[in-house]
Design a protein around this ligand. Sequence first.
Ligand code: NAD
Length: 522
Amino acid sequence: MSTQSLSSTQTRELVAIDPANGAEIGRVPLLTASDVNAAVRRARQAQKDWARRSFRARAEFILRAREIVLARVEEIATLIARETGKPPAEAISMEVAPTLDLMQHFARHAERMLKRQKIDIGQFGLMGRSSYLVYKPLGVVGIISPWNFPWATPLDEVVLALMAGNSVVLKPSELTPFTALKIGEVFKHARLPEGLLEIVTGDGSTGAALVEAGVDKLMFTGSVATGKRVAEAAAKRLTPVVLELGGKDPMIVLDDANLPNAARAAVWGGFANAGQACASIERLYVHESIAKEFTELVVEETQKLKLGQPVDEAVDVGSMTNERQLRIVEDHIQDAIEHGARIETGGRRVENSDGWFHEPTVLTNVDHSMEIMRDETFGPVLPIMTFKTDDEAVRLANDSIYGLTAAVFTSNIARGRRLAERIDAGTVMVNEVVYTHAIAQTPWGGVKQSGYGRTHGRLGLLELVMPQHIHTNRVPWLPDVWWFRYSGQAGILFRGLARRFTSGSVMNSSLLLPKIIRRWFE
Ligand code: NAD
C-alpha cells in the first residue's frame, strides 16, 4: 500500500472491533473524497509504466507477494479471525489457502488467457481481410469489498487487476480495514511500485467517493441495496461495474442422495463463516420421502458443532461479525416462528457474552411466505422444506430474487446435472456446496439480483481488460464494392450480396464474382 493513502486530510477515524469479545483492534482514518481522488491520481500515474511491463515482470511481484503470504499465514489468519470472529483455521481454509492458489494460477497463466486471439471472419477472410483481439489494461480499477471474506474477496480481484496491467484503488469494509491494510503491507514488502495498490480506508461515504472518482471499472462486492446505489451512481459516468451481491442459495436433496454426506455438506454450507457467506446454504429443499431421516442427521451434525471464541482450536463456529447482522438473524427467526416454523435446534443468540454469537439453528415447517425463505439472512440458520417432485424442487429453488449459487445432491450424476441446468444461478454444484469460490479457474458471479459480471477464471480476468479489435485489409489497392458511388449496377450487386453472400456459402457467393468485377471497372 502506498503510505500516502493513510495521511487523511481530516481526522475522523474508524474503530475496528473484535466481534468475539468487543475489544478494540485499532483505528484507521476515515478517508474523504479528496483523499480518494488523490489516491486515484497516484494510481493512474503508476499504471502507465505498469501497463508496459510484460506479464512475466508483473507475475514476479505477485509471486513474491505470495511467498510473503506463505511465510505469514498464521499472522494473517489471526488478524482475519480478530476482525471477523471466524476461527483462524477457517480463515486459512476459506481465505488464505485459496488466494495462495489463485496468486500462482494467474501469475502463471494470465498471459496465456490474454494472448492475442484471431477471429474467424468467415467469407471476409477470403477478401484479404483478417481480425484479431488484443486485451488491453483498463487503467485504474476500483474495488469495494465487504467484511465477510476481507482477505480473499479483495485480494483475488487485486491479483487479477494487476496481472491484467491495471492499478487498483481498494476501499475495504469499514469493519475489516486492518485485513485490507495487511494486503497492502504484503505488496509493499513485495516491492510493488508505489501507487499501483492504493488502499483507502473508510465507510460508505469513502466508497461513494470512489464511485465518483472516475476509475475505469468498479468491482463491487456487497449487499443488493448498496449494489443498486453503486450501479446508479456509476451509470451517471458510464463507469462499468461488476456487481457481486447477495444470495439466498438453495440446496436440493433428492431421494437418492447419500444422506449422511448431504447432511454434513448442508451443515458446513449453512454454518461455515457463521453463515455469513454470499453462497451460504440458506434454503434446504429435501424430498419428502427422506425428509425425516435427513433432518435428524442435520440436527445431529449441528448439535456436534462447538460454538465459541475463535482462538480455541476446537471451535467450529465463531462469532458473527457485526451486531446488525445478528439482529437480522434474530428478526428472520422470529418472523418464521410467528408464521408457524419449528426450531429443531438452536434458535437464540448467546446471552451474557461480550461477542456477537448466535447458535447454529435448524428450522422446519417453513414456507416461502416467511422472510427466512425470501430475504438474505446471512447468518447460521438452515430452514428445511420438503418437495414431492424434481419439477417442484426446481420451481422452489428458482422462486427467489437471488441467483448466486445452488446445490443438488443425488447419487445419479446425470439427473443432478439435468436439474442443475434448470436452476437460475451463476454456479450450480452437484454434490458440493459453497466452495467453488476457492477454485481460481472457475467463474464466480450471479444472476438476477445477485448481480452481474464475473470474478475469477478467464471470464473474471476478461472483466479487467478492454478487448480491442484490430482489423486489417491486406489489399489496400482494391476499393470495397460497397463504397461510393452508387449506381444501378451497384444496386444489383448489393441485392446479390444480401441474397448470396449472407447465406454463408462460398459457392453461393462466388456466383457474384462477375457482378463484383463489373463494379470494379464501373
Ligand atoms: P455492504 O453493501 O453494506 O457494504 C459493502 C461495501 O460497500 C463496504 O465497503 C461499504 O463501506 C461500501 N459502501 C457502502 N455504501 C456505499 C456507497 N453508497 N457507495 C459505495 N460503497 C458503499 O455489504 P456488507 O454488509 O459489507 O457485506 C455483506 C453483503 O455482501 C452480503 O449481502 C453478501 O451476500 C454480499 N457478498 C457477496 C459476495 C459475492 O461474491 N456475490 C461475496 C461476499 C459478500
